[in-house]
Design a protein around this ligand. Structure first.
Ligand SMILES: CC(C)(COP(=O)(O)OP(=O)(O)OC[C@H]1O[C@@H](n2cnc3c(N)ncnc32)[C@H](O)[C@@H]1OP(=O)(O)O)[C@@H](O)C(=O)NCCC(=O)NCCS
Length: 182
């Protein structure tokens, strides 16, 4: 499969957001506005909201095919509470139709490489094994393969699954993973 990794900007932000919404249908309000905010990075709105949320969105990339369709996404952000100790992986996903072909590996390697230039000691990420995210189990295998080890696990409410068999309360774990960058 032919693709290239390009920065998220005004020209492709709607494709990036559509991809994220497909893979992660259940998002918090802060998550929902994060990519839109990223494209406002040079303005005062971004600076104000970045201060409110204590987060700085450093860089996001998408993998695009020859026709410009977004196949996958990854990015990096910082949390004020960490200082410069850590940089976090954000919005790591590949469209379900493009999985298993190397796009996810390429995006993760790209993010790890960029993280090494931030001066942070660790690359961290929040992840979940929720049944509501198709492919979140695979993500755990990919993270293990790339050396992102489990740092902490917290059981959380995983949402409601409603189908013809009835209603099921899902259990999920909120997992923090980490790898050293130096
Ligand atoms: C995780 C995800 C991005 C992987 O994308 P992908 O394009 O299918 O990944 P790839 O085919 O490039 O595989 C990545 C690497 O992990 C390996 N791998 C893939 N699935 C694996 C699994 N279940 N267990 C172990 N290794 C696995 C591949 O062999 C590959 O290795 P390589 O890079 O050395 O060649 C994709 O499954 C996804 O979008 N999942 C849902 C979103 C999600 O849960 N994201 C994490 C939220 S924090």
């Amino acid at each position: 499969m032919k693709y290239r990794i390009v920065p998220v900007d005004h020209s492709n932000i709607s494709k990036a957001r559509a991809l994220v919404d497909t893979v992660f249908p259940h998002q918090s309000p802060a998550e929902r506005i994060s990519l839109r905010l990223y494209t406002l990075k040079s303005g005062w709105t971004y600076r104000f909201l970045s201060w409110v949320f204590g987060a700085d969105l450093l860089a996001f990339w998408i993998a695009v095919d020859e026709s410009g369709e977004a196949l996958g996404i990854s990015g990096l952000y910082r949390l004020r509470k960490d200082g410069h100790e850590a940089v976090w992986l954000g919005w790591y996903a590949v469209h379900p139709s493009a999985r298993g072909k190397g796009v996810g590996g390429a995006l993760l390697r790209h993010a790890i490489q960029a993280a090494r230039y931030t001066g942070g000691k660790y690359l961290r990420l929040y992840t979940s094994d929720s049944e509501l995210i198709e492919g979140s189990g695979d993500a755990q295998g990919v993270y293990e393969k790339y050396g992102l080890k489990v740092k902490s696990v917290k059981a959380v409410y995983g949402g409601l699954l409603i189908n013809r068999d009835g209603v099921k309360v899902l259990k999920a774990n909120k997992i923090i993973r980490e790898m050293p960058l130096r």
